[in-house]
Design a protein around this ligand. Structure first.
Ligand code: NAP
Ligand code: G4F
Length: 373
């Protein structure tokens, strides 16, 4: 914080308390932006991922000088959004707020469309009405490609397979339309799945890694999942938010894909994660149809060639490294909670893997199952 020097720009982030919002806030602060974030009211705190940034709010309050502060608004409340845009008059707006769970969008289609489609529309209309000279980033998604076969890029036909996919596709087109019709500086980042230790607990990667850590510390004995055949192009969220910033620095507003160019099934994710502890995933996984969706996106594999060519940027972290990072962070946290290690001791990743393997050996003995290798 002592090294923070204002670069002259103000950024506004919706969804700042989410996985991506929290990484993006840190990244923009490190670049000298003043960051203002929108959170919605919750009956229990929804700011865990950004509470460490309170140091700024504590020192400066909600003043123009402050590097960082939060404001209450809601994507379903156009008045709240317009008031904030008028007050802050940001240089860059990153619209990351959304009902982001594809499965839940089948149960809550109306609010999904309200937040994910009408939310962006409310912001775009406000930018136009207030005549803001702001750049706008829309968090578009590879889920929009739906059943179009891989590889997918900016030119691929989009046939969404969920209310979430439809909501994001409509917002994608509104973002493009407001650029073409009104000359707004709007950008779409079409991001393929990106994960991290901060990922929400009910997305499949985090569900798997957190469950394995719970199995190892003895608070869970199995994982219940749905479709294991789906293929996803999984990258690392902390890198992807840098990609968002690169997209917004491109002089000509445009649409860009961010992806790793690797695809793996959910089954392969399980294999990779359990293999770290020499365990066979089949001994710990149960299938329940309640986690299957009424329609599925079978395979995603991104082609980020345009992004590399025009922005000279691509993500680096690939599948294996991502799985390892997520499981180690979850295991550390759970072992620490149980008082079995002290995470402040700065032990190596290998140290945690070895503890995990040792516990796994005992679990196998107890359950009379064979450890692999
Ligand atoms: P996330 O962790 O679910 O975060 C979403 C954020 O939006 C949360 O802070 C949430 O607040 C907020 N939000 C939800 N409804 C809101 C409303 N009505 N008003 C204001 N804020 C609201 O999602 P993420 O993974 O960071 O993703 C960020 C964005 O990228 C989302 O738009 C997502 O759809 C999109 N995207 C994600 C991926 C991916 O793989 N992660 C890929 C492509 C696109 P609460 O905490 O209060 O719920
Ligand atoms: O982790 P998921 O819920 O991610 P999904 O549906 O691909 O959506 C994520 O990525 C999109 C980008 O393409 C984002 F726009 C979106 O916001 C979100 O971040 O599911 C991945 C796959 C699916 O095929 C799902 O059916 O895993 C399968 N799956 C199998 N069992 C499961 C489960 N998914 C979840 N969430 N929970 C399960 O138990």
């Amino acid at each position: 914080m002592e090294n923070w020097h204002w670069n002259g720009k103000v950024a506004l982030i919706t969804g700042i308390g989410g996985q991506d919002g929290s990484y993006l806030a840190e990244f923009l602060l490190s670049k000298g932006y003043k960051v203002r974030g929108i959170v919605r009211r919750a009956s229990f705190p929804n700011t865990k991922r950004i509470d460490h940034l309170d140091i700024y709010d504590d020192k400066y309050g909600k003043t123009d000088e402050s590097p960082f502060y939060l404001l209450y608004a809601d994507l379903s409340d156009g008045i709240s959004l317009k008031n904030i845009l008028n007050k802050i008059r940001p240089d860059e707006i990153y619209n990351l707020g959304a009902q982001s769970h594809v499965g839940i969008s089948f149960q809550c289609p109306e609010s999904t469309i309200n937040y994910n489609t009408l939310g962006p529309l409310r912001i775009l209309e406000s930018i136009k009405d207030l005549k803001l000279d702001a750049k706008y980033y829309q968090a578009s998604s590879s889920e929009m490609f739906g059943k179009s076969p891989p590889p997918q890029n900016e030119e691929t036909r989009m046939i969404p397979q969920s209310p979430y996919g439809v909501s994001k596709l409509a917002a994608f087109h509104l973002t493009r339309l407001y650029r073409e019709a009104y000359g707004l500086k709007t950008y779409n980042g079409i991001l393929f799945n990106h994960e991290s230790p901060r990922r929400g607990l009910n997305f499949v990667t985090k569900k798997i890694t957190a469950s394995i850590a719970s199995i190892l510390v003895g608070t869970k004995d199995k994982i219940t999942l749905g479709n294991l055949d789906a293929k996803r192009d999984w990258g690392f969220a902390k890198e992807y938010v840098e990609g968002m910033w690169h997209i917004m620095q491109h002089e000509t507003p445009d649409d860009f894909v961010i992806a790793t160019k690797e695809t793996h099934t959910v089954r392969e994710f399980l294999e990779e994660a359990f293999n770290l502890f020499d365990l066979n995933w089949k001994d710990f996984v149960k299938i329940d149809d309640k986690f299957k969706r009424p329609a599925e996106v079978p395979a995603l594999l991104g082609d980020g060639e345009k992004t590399l060519r025009l922005l000279n940027w691509e993500p680096k972290t690939k599948f294996k490294a991502l799985v390892r990072m997520m499981i180690i962070e979850d295991l550390k946290e759970k072992l620490n909670e149980k008082g079995l290690v002290n995470i402040n001791d700065n032990n190596s990743d290998e140290y945690y893997i070895n503890i995990g393997k040792e516990i796994a050996r005992k679990i196998c003995e107890k359950r009379n199952i064979t450890q692999k290798f």
